[in-house]
Design a protein around this ligand. Structure first.
Ligand code: GAP
Length: 594
């Protein structure tokens, strides 16, 4: 899918992010490095909040998910087994004139008149270049500009006074063969592996090649047996991991959306194959029509587990402030699915530059563990006593039916992987016999999210601006980052109304000290109270607490007149203020920011 270019709103967001210290270009003082971004003080807090919320939702708040923190560099055999060495590539092409590199599948479709040349000749030296070349022009444009571009191309090949040879015009519709910026012909697309290579050890030979992980998921598969044995979890259960991933993207773009170094939050949720569920529960539950299927049940097959995780993940996004209306579900079409996947739903967010993927939730069958079992020679299956007992009690015809189905699925996988038919048949038979004895390789549902894309979605969703004009006609634009309090980088700012009143300043500092151990709090004395509110609005701080004269002198009027030791809370999004007892401040805030 072609990704549209940046737009005005994105420019405003990136400018605010830089001005307020959310995101900086990596290595900026040396001109930057494309596809790499740093998070400034506010961005670092925002990111930390998002990751902690994901981790706690996915692991600590669940009985059936445990965590893992694996290394970024792993044995290169992992990436051969996973298929990344052979197939993790994007089609890449270069402009024949400027050498600019493009992702061939993301070039916008172009139509017009293509002017082709067989070659060119130097009219002075007589030298000929026989390399063909072409330039695309919008329909109706005279061929002169194509000739000019073509002359430049041949001049780069050593001709000084260029005579173009064999010009012919062809009408072109929906082509991705030309540079959309200058019409020049591109090189034919070639696959470009996205993994960053490095060497482990001092010799730096081909034998020492290793890769920076392009996803966190594979470590979970490679450590599946260790985690299963040590965590005392039984299938169905999941393993969650978050951390850095690296992809040498051909064209990083749209700010942090497509970066070369980024972070992922991935869950591999291991489930029984449907044949095992059917043997134990009598039947696999039919998928619910739409929506959340409710609490997990023993008779769920892969379809219900998949639907469950799609809904759980949407619930998570809504819970951190992305309204349902900003999200879309995209069910991949059968022809779009990876060969091992049974289904994949992308959760899309309406970014300012278009509706694009935030997270993918794939039903990956038993492909990953099967691959690691075949390639490492280590068994990746589990033994399930309940299945063994239940299978033994099934009528013979049911046993045969389930074994046949399991055999067919295993045979399909093995032959797809190139295992010769007779060997694959024998192995699939062994697997089917194993099922009857309570053994199987778990299937997996994988919700895989990108931290940086989520941060970008939260920034885009939070951004708001209003222009105010004062009595003298002077206008000012005010920016408010309307983050959900759970993700907001600063939860509360404590402000004395006036800096030069020691009792206000001392009290404000004391309140700040009492809060900072519980949440990210900020203390600010500098400038007018209006300016300080505006600074916090730009940072996205949901609550400002002001210590004023009524804190000491007592509330002036109303039912609580005379009550002392109170503070004002100002709400970011509507500017409304309320007064509460200073002693109630901490529980009041905790109830809203967690
Ligand atoms: N293990 C499956 C996997 O890695 P993916 O769709 O390639 O699947 C999962 O990546 C998520 O990682 C994406 O939905 C996206 O949020 C994030 N992601 C992938 N490539 C990225 C990039 N170049 N920059 C930022 N985030 C990226």
């Amino acid at each position: 899918m072609a990704e549209p270019k940046e737009n005005v709103l994105m420019e405003k967001i990136t400018s605010l992010c830089k001005r307020r210290g959310f995101i900086f270009q990596s290595s900026e003082i040396y001109g930057g490095i494309q596809g790499f971004w740093d998070y400034g003080p506010l961005g670092a807090e925002l990111k930390r909040n998002v990751k902690e919320l994901w981790w706690s939702t996915m692991t600590r708040m669940r009985d059936d998910v445990v965590g893992l923190e694996a290394t970024i560099i792993m044995h290169p055999a992992i990436w051969r087994a996973s298929g990344h060495v052979d197939t993790f590539s994007d089609p890449m092409c270069d402009c024949l004139l400027t050498k600019k590199r493009f992702r061939a599948d993301q070039i916008e479709l172009q139509s017009g008149n293509a002017y082709h040349y067989n070659g060119a000749k130097d009219t002075v030296s007589g030298k000929e270049v026989s390399e063909p070349y072409a330039v695309l022009l919008a329909a109706g444009k005279p061929p002169e500009s194509a000739r000019k571009t073509a002359a430049q191309f041949y001049a780069q090949r050593g001709l000084q006074s260029v005579e173009l040879l064999g010009e012919r015009m062809e009408k072109v519709e929906g082509s991705q063969r030309f540079n959309p910026e200058n019409g020049s012909l591109l090189t034919p697309p070639v696959p470009f592996n996205l993994m960053f290579k490095t060497y482990v050890g001092p010799t730096a030979t081909e034998a020492d090649v290793a890769y920076l992980r392009p996803e966190t998921a594979q470590a979970i598969f490679a450590q599946f047996k260790n985690v299963h044995e040590t965590s005392r979890q039984k299938v169905p259960f999941g393993v969650a991991q978050m951390g850095k991933a690296f992809r040498n993207e051909v064209t990083p773009r749209n700010y942090t959306f497509r970066s070369r170094e980024f972070e992922q939050m991935e869950l591999e949720f291991f489930i029984k194959p449907d044949e095992a569920v059917e043997a134990v529960s009598g039947a696999v539950a039919t998928p619910a029509s739409k929506g959340h299927p409710g609490e997990p049940q023993p008779n769920w097959g892969w379809q219900l587990w998949h639907q469950y995780w799609v809904e759980e993940r949407i619930k998570f996004y809504e819970g951190i402030g992305l309204p349902r209306a900003t999200l879309e579900e995209y069910w991949q079409k059968p022809e779009e699915l990876a060969h091992y996947a049974r289904a994949c739903v992308d959760i899309l967010f309406k970014f300012p530059f278009g509706t694009q993927e935030l997270e993918g939730i794939a039903a990956r069958s038993d492909f990953d563990l099967s691959q690691h079992e075949r390639c490492s020679g280590k068994a990746m299956g589990v033994f399930d006593e309940e299945l063994r007992t239940a299978f033994g009690k099934l009528p013979p015809e049911k046993q045969t039916e389930l074994k046949d189905r399991y055999y067919a699925a295993r045979l399909k996988y093995l032959t797809k992987m190139g295992v010769p038919l007779d060997k694959a048949g024998a192995e699939a038979q062994e697997d089917a016999d194993g099922l009857a004895k309570g053994q199987y390789i778990p299937h997996v549902i994988e919700p895989s999210a990108g931290v940086d894309r989520l941060i970008l979605a939260l920034l885009a969703n939070a951004y708001s601006e209003t222009t105010k004009t004062d009595d003298k006609g002077k206008s000012e634009t005010l920016y408010v980052m309307k983050f959900h309090p759970r993700v907001a980088p600063i939860k509360v700012a404590v402000l004395p109304l006036l800096k030069n009143k020691p009792e206000l300043a001392t009290k404000a500092r004391a309140i700040f000290e009492s809060l900072r151990g519980h949440m990210m709090a900020f203390h600010d004395e500098a400038g007018s109270i209006g300016k300080r509110y505006a600074r916090q609005d730009e940072a996205g701080t949901p609550f400002c607490v002001t210590v004023d004269f009524e804190t000491f002198e007592g509330i002036k009027d109303g039912p609580q007149a005379g009550v002392k030791d109170t503070v004002t809370i100002r709400h970011r999004d509507d500017g409304k203020q309320e007064r509460i007892a200073a002693s109630e401040l901490l529980p009041w805030l905790l109830a809203r920011v967690r």
